[in-house]
Design a protein around this ligand. Structure first.
Ligand SMILES: C=CC1=C(C)c2cc3[nH]c(cc4nc(cc5[nH]c(cc1n2)c(C)c5CCC(=O)O)C(CCC(=O)O)=C4C)c(C)c3C=C
Ligand SMILES: [Fe+2]
Length: 519
């Protein structure tokens, strides 16, 4: 397990030697369970001034997506804020044990109250939510990574891309029942985890914080700072925000004294766990109480025995449904990321994915299952190069090569979602059958599988931060300018940014990209 703990105010000077390539070196030298205090800071640096221009416009279907353009961003997604709660404090980091970074030196409670914050991506609850959800996603500088000079374009681009992509995305969500199942499943996982922790004699409150839709991470952590507070890094609110009470979002109200942050992504990527941690960092920096809270972050957990065993169990069970299980090719399909994330920004995602597949296959071999296997990447968006091989291409090739039985295994995410229910179950299945594959199966997502939830509970217990630690650092944010939100400046940026975005978009190159990827 790879965990980081922190809290408190940390002088930046205490972090010597950090550089933008941290994630790359981290990926190389990382012991299975360790990370240093540099990691959170690294997340900022990863999209620092020299990050390459990269932007996604929109896409057509889930298997072949969108276009790209160059641009920049202003700050985060649509954000309204008041000044209450803007007393900035810093999130701190420090090394604790082998892999945990922590800080904290205070006494804000006598009673020990453990909180667990599950981080996830979130998904639109209804079809009306699709466009604002996409806006939040594309407004994330960890999803569309632009050079600093062009960052003021982030919001106009996000608006444009989300509007253009929304019709196709809506089709996808419509085909799986009109919305994403993520919120429901994540809530169920939270309940199951709470019970599993209780069975291990740990009473904990489990919270859910989504990155791009309700319940937002900001709400999970911050809502109680002030009753009329608007979202700090706040994504779009839509009418569907009335979808019921935000669940279990009261880390502050509950006066949690220790917090474990558990992203529901087994492997670390800048675009997923990295992005959520960056949001947390900015929230924690801005709040006196939170900045002193001992926090552990479990950055990745794909290598945990319980997770590997649970995956192997599910695979074995599905293999047994085939007439000739030994002839089945195990086809791991992971969500892709642009190659530049791995090669330029040092995202450890690909390395971790490969190691994860290796460990699962080893586990199957131990059980005497010696099936062929392959790994491919799905869900690419835009005309930039994504991790290869691409799932759709490999499926066609396997069919042409005469593979007759194939078991698809979604491996980058632990809940059913649009990319399993629509992209794999519908698009890829059809493509495989058209390509000559005759017997198709798909391993379900782990969801609330009890061995998996039990292992998450163990991970939480192992990562529990101690009640005190050393003050270490004050990370700066990539979106430092977000902290000084000024409506006039914002309006000016939006105005000029929109003009520039349209000019760029309707250049011949961009039009081509749109034609190829959107329609
Ligand atoms: C490990 C998982 C994921 C990675 C890595 C990831 C990177 C990534 N995704 C996009 C673009 C989109 N993702 C969308 C939805 C979506 N993505 C993931 C997981 C990962 N994304 C999930 C769980 C979901 C939510 C699914 C749901 O059920 O709601 C979407 C919207 C859906 C669609 O229109 O297809 C987009 C767009 C990028 C650009 C990216 C890396 C840079
Ligand atoms: Fe995605």
């Amino acid at each position: 397990m790879d965990a980081t703990s922190f809290s408190g105010v940390i002088p930046r000077t205490k972090l010597p030697g950090f550089h933008r390539n941290f994630a790359r070196s981290y990926a190389r030298v990382r012991p299975l369970t360790s990370v240093s205090c540099h990691s959170l800071e690294g997340l900022h640096e990863l999209h620092g001034p020299s990050s390459q221009a990269l932007a996604f416009l929109s896409s057509n279907s889930t298997s072949q997506r969108t276009s790209v353009l160059r641009g920049s961003y202003v700050c985060g997604p649509v954000k309204k804020r008041n000044d209450v709660g803007k007393a900035f404090c810093a999130v701190g980091l420090g090394v604790y044990g082998e892999n945990v970074v922590e800080h904290q030196s205070h006494s804000h409670a006598t009673e020990d109250k453990v909180g667990v914050l599950l981080l996830n991506l979130g998904g639109p609850d209804t079809l009306n939510d699709v466009q604002p959800f996409l806006f939040n996603l594309f407004a994330d500088p960890d999803i569309i990574r632009l050079p600093r000079l062009f960052r003021f374009l982030q919001w106009p681009l996000a608006k444009l891309i989300s509007v253009l992509r929304a019709p196709k995305s809506k089709e996808g969500y419509a085909s799986i029942g009109g919305g994403s199942p993520l919120r429901k499943i994540t809530d169920e996982q939270a309940d199951a985890l709470k019970m599993a922790l209780r069975a291990k004699n740990l009473t904990a409150n489990v919270y859910v914080g989504m990155r791009y839709w309700y319940p937002f991470t900001e709400e999970a952590v911050q809502q109680v700072v002030n009753n009329d507070i608007e979202l700090l890094c706040g994504p779009v609110r839509s009418s569907s925000s009335a979808l019921g009470e935000v669940r279990g979002l009261m880390i502050k109200r509950d006066r949690i004294t220790r917090l474990v942050v558990l992203p529901l992504y087994p492997q670390f990527s800048i675009s997923t766990t990295g992005s959520s941690i960056r949001v947390l960092q900015s929230i924690f920096r801005e709040d006196a109480y939170l900045s002193r809270l001992p926090v552990s972050i479990i950055r990745s957990w794909y290598q945990r025995e319980g997770y590997i065993t649970s995956m192997a169990d599910l695979i074995q069970k599905e293999l047994e449904k085939f007439a000739n299980p030994e002839e089945v090719m195990i086809f791991f399909s992971a969500h892709g990321v642009p190659v530049s994330y791995v090669e330029n920004a040092g995202d450890p995602y690909k390395d971790q994915m490969e190691e994860c597949i290796y460990l699962i296959m080893q586990k199957l071999k131990e059980r005497g299952l010696d099936n062929d296997h392959t790994l491919a990447y799905q869900s690419r968006v835009g005309p930039v190069e994504w991790l290869k091989p691409y799932t759709d291409k490999v499926l066609v090739e396997l069919g042409q090569k005469g593979v007759k039985s194939l078991l698809a295994v979604p491996v980058s995410f632990v809940s059913e979602h649009i990319e399993t229910l629509e992209e794999i179950d519908m698009e890829y299945k059809d493509l495989a059958l058209e390509s000559g594959i005759e017997n198709w199966g798909r391993v379900p997502a782990l969801n609330c599988t009890s061995s998996f939830i039990t292992d998450l509970a163990d991970a939480v217990i192992e990562a529990l931060p101690s009640a005190s630690a050393t003050v270490l650092s004050t990370p700066t944010s990539v979106s430092e300018e977000d902290d000084n939100y000024d409506p006039v400046r914002y309006a000016i940026k939006m105005f000029f940014g929109s003009i520039l975005a349209f000019v760029l978009l309707f250049s011949p190159r961009m039009l081509l990209a749109f034609r190829n990827y959107l329609f």
